[in-house]
Ligand binder design. Sequence first.
Ligand SMILES: C[S@@+](CC[C@H](N)C(=O)[O-])C[C@H]1O[C@@H](n2cnc3c(N)ncnc32)[C@H](O)[C@@H]1O
Ligand code: SF4
Length: 357
Amino acid sequence: MEKTRMISDLHDIYERWIDDIELDILLTKKCNLNCIHCFLDNKDGEMGIDTIRRIVSDEFFVLHSQNKKRVVNLSGGEIFMRKDIGEIFSLFRDLNVSVGCVSNGFYISDDSVELLEENHIDLSLSMDGVNEIHNYYRRNDISFNKLEYAIERLLKSKVRFGVVCSVSRINKDYIEEIIKYCINRKIRSIRFQVVKPEGNALAMQEDNLILDDSEKQELFEKLLHYCGKYVADINITGYGTFKSELREHGCKFGLKWGKTCHSNTTPWPKSFGIDTAGNIIQIHPFHSNEFWKIGHIDEGLFNVISRYYASDKHIALLTTLKETYEENILKSPEEFIFEDLYLEDKVAEKIASSCKR
Ligand SMILES: C[S@@+](CC[C@H](N)C(=O)[O-])C[C@H]1O[C@@H](n2cnc3c(N)ncnc32)[C@H](O)[C@@H]1O
Ligand code: SF4
C-alpha cells in the first residue's frame, strides 16, 4: 500500500522533477596531476566525442529543456587536457542549458578563456591554500603559479568564475588567509568542502589528516562568521546543514517532497551522472556499483531517465534514503552538522554492504 501511494505521488510531480534534473557528465578521468586528496581511484578513460554528440542531441535536451535553465556540469579529471574541449563546449552552446566545469587551472590560457567566454561556460577553480599549501595538496611546485596566472587571465575576461577549496587538517587553520587572498584578487565567490577519505585521500586518513566531526563543526561555525564579516566582499558557501534544519526542511535533501513539504521540491535523484563509458548513473557519475546504474546512453537519455522514474530501482533508492535518515540523522545529537553529501554517502555505504551480502 505504502509503495502504491509512493508511486502515485511520484507520478503527480513527474513534470516538475524532470524539468529540474541536472546532469553531471564525466568527460575524462585523465589528469596531469595526482593530488594527495584526489578521490578518483584511477585516471583512465575518456568519453568519446560520439557519445557527447549523442547526449546533446537527446530528447532530454531537445524537447525537455525549452523553458528551463537546465544545469549541466562537465567534470573530470582535468577536462582542459582534452584537445577537443572547444568542440565539446560548442556542442552545448546552442542548448538552453547553463554549463559549468571545475579545473585545476593548469591549462587556462588565452585560448581556453576565449572558449569559456564565447560558449558562456562558468568555471570553478580549485584552490586549497595560498602558495605552498596548494602546491603540497597538488604535489606540484608550480601549481599555485599556474593558478595565479589563470586568475589574472580570467579577471580580464567576462567568464563567471569562483574558487572551490577542499579542507583537511593541512589547511583548516588557513581559511581566512584563503578568503583574504580571493578578496584581494577580486574573486567574488568561494565554496568550501571537506576532504572525503576516498582514493588518494585514504592515505590522508591513515596519516590523521581528515577532519573529525568536531573539527567539521568548528569549521562550519568559522565559515558562518566569515560569511558575515566579509559579506560585502565575497560570497562564501559552506558545506553543511544543522540537524534541526534538516528535520524542518527535509525536502532540501529529497526526504519530503510533493505535498508534504515546500511545494516546489522534488524527490531524489536531483541529478544523474554519465560516466566515460556512457553509463547513466543515479545521482553521481563516480558510483560504480551496479545498483547505481540505470541504463546506457545508447538507449537514449530521456528514455532511460523516464523509465527509471517510479520504477522498483527508484523506489529502492527512496526507501533506503528514508531508512538512512531515520537511522543516522534522527538518532544523532542535536545541532550536529551534516555535510551536503552525508546522506548520499551513507546511502551508498548501506547499498554497498547489502550488495556484498
Ligand atoms: C576531482 S576534481 C576534478 C577537477 C580538477 N581536476 C580539479 O582538481 O579542480 C573536482 C574537485 O574535487 C575536489 N576533490 C578531489 N578529491 C576530493 C576529496 N577526496 N574530497 C573532497 N573534494 C575532493 C578537487 O579539489 C576539485 O575541487
Ligand atoms: S583533484 Fe583534480 S587535479 Fe587533482 S588529481 Fe584529482 S582530478 Fe587531477
